[in-house]
Design a protein around this ligand. Sequence first.
Ligand code: ATP
Ligand code: MG
Length: 469
Amino acid sequence: MAGRPYTYLNVMIKKFIRKILGVNNKDAAATKNKPKVLAAKEHGIDPKLVSNNAIRVTQTLQENGYKAFIVGGAVRDLLLGVKPKDFDVATNATPEQVKRLFRRAFLIGRRFQIVHVMFGQDLIEVTTFRGAAKNDAPKDEHGRVLRDNTFGEQHEDAVRRDFTINAMYYDPASQTVLDYHGGIADIRKKVLRVIGVPEQRYREDPVRMLRVVRFAAKLQFSIDADTREPIKVMAPLINNVPSARVFDEMLKLLMSGQAMACLLQLRKQGLHHGLMPLLDVVLEQPMGERFVTLALANTDERVQQGKTVSPGFLFASLLWHQVLEKWEAYKTAGELAIPALHLAADDVLSAQTEALALQRKIGSDMRDIWAMQPRFEKRVGKAPYKLLENNRLRAGYDFLLLRCASGEIDSEIGEWWTSFIEGDEAERAYLLTVKPKTKKSNSTEAEAAPAKKRRPRRSPNRKTKPAAE
Ligand code: ATP
Ligand code: MG
């Protein structure tokens, strides 16, 4: 009891001091310009986890008189003992100077150019140190910085990064880590902390709030109270961010290998509500929750095993129960099953395309997966063979299995297709003679092939002429 007012007072004093330091304490600024330098035995990075290509890039730049470091997420992951999925390099060389040093180097982006240095399929992204954020940089009416692309010193580059743990630089040559904002301490404490004043950083770029959620869930870090607190209030600012950027960040979140944890964290921080229609749907629809939970568990497992995940499959799963609902409504209104499904898909896709800037390719993959579903129910004649030729069969079939696992449809249909896909000619022909014992769900079977037209059951040993392929 007695501790409470004291803690509150403490927080207020800390906030007050931070405010003063942030505005006019030159000494504090000066110490921030000097990083803490950690030697190999202090930081313990395993050099074997460092990409040879990243080393080639830093070495070449350094040999030509420039500063060059591995930076950002890669350093964070190295410090956590995790093999980074990609390596970024920061340098004081300009993009043009970088480009001249490498055979396969490409300038990307118009406003703030970065250089992609390629080694086979491997890509190292090289950025020039960015300068201090300018007060007169153009902003939108909510304070979001629209453009601020000046080059600068390394300490200025560090201050512009989002979290303390993302603002460290590693020099593979000397094996030293430069830590400008207490990132090492936060890594050890497993704390995610925004650099600077969180309110201000979220206002400049509201996507940082989504990044808080992603990193906290992915790294299983706690969120520092000052970093966490403003999010609930500032969440609606995400609405003003161009949807393509929100989509990119959402995709990173969903493909982080901790998608479910990320979505739960989004809900906890109040970031899902009314912001992204997709998430409203996903998290507030009890019927679809089981389906989505399975889909995300599946995705997380694939990512953790280093397998690829298709964004189309992922979004098709997230939105399936919305499609089902609308599909039902169109059928109730008198539409035939197949056109009703297409109308439902149109509705869901157009709503999401607007809100999330779903890329055309992803949208068409989603439609293919959904449209294939009723076709799995036609288990007579040539139809199943036709489906085998479909080059999206795998995605459609995996989706079918999810529907079975979630209890939406009888698992018998999934098992039938597993046998049909894996079977040889004779097995397939036999399967076509087996009368399905599935319960009707969203079945289009009656419409596609009335049961009475079904062939009589035959013995598996009897020689059957395989249905035409
Ligand atoms: P991941 O492992 O998921 O790629 P990452 O930290 O490398 O994590 P990126 O999105 O690749 O994340 O960004 C690279 C670095 O750029 C970050 O570590 C951070 O320093 C900086 N950064 C990225 N986005 C922002 C942002 N919105 N605001 C400030 N700094 C950012
Ligand atoms: Mg990265």
